[in-house]
Design a protein around this ligand. Sequence first.
Ligand code: 5RP
Length: 216
Amino acid sequence: MSEAKRLAGEKAIEFVEDGMIVGVGTGSTVAFFIDALAGIKDRIKGAVSSSDQSTARLKQHGIEVLDLNHTGTLSLYVDGADECDPHKRLIKGGGAALTREKIIAEASKQFVCIVDPSKQVPVLGKFPLPVEVIPMARSLVAREILALTGGQPVWRDGTVTDNGNLILDIHNLSITDPVAMEREINQIPGVVSVGLFARRPADIVIVGGEPPIVLK
Ligand code: 5RP
């Protein structure tokens, strides 16, 4: 699978244009993209990073990391996913970086999602849906999500997000209306963000392989 991730990450470089500030996601597929971005670092202005992990890798390569508050709207965001449906709606957050990823996706004109073929699914929900929660609301949110969705919330014990919050992973879902579920979970007090990217899906999906497939 890591070969497919590499091929997807490297293909995404074709979407980077001279002078861009590039939004950069998180994960093992994105790590290949960052390594490829290093090869053209003199052609870009810098990057906006979605996690401490990606920031460290970008800086190791000498790529300047900029504050989204100073960059304004970005032309391009490149990120991976845990699941991707035929409408380019995603589950993300396996790496616990969903909130910053969602912020950068929202701030970007074009969202290019890079995946290996195992991430393609007809219906989202086999991968447990990550939800970032304020620590004091963990149990409340778990009870409300159980009542709302019927899914089983499991606390990702030991994980603290870059924002100092916790993750609940919701098991046993079959998400036939991801836009509605995203909206409803977002409304529970204590939820910071939900790892459904349906209201703002990807614009382009690159599926790694020989050759990579670009879904527009
Ligand atoms: C991190 C994410 C990642 O994009 C997702 O978990 C996929 O990771 P990988 O590329 O390692 O399979 O959403 O929060």
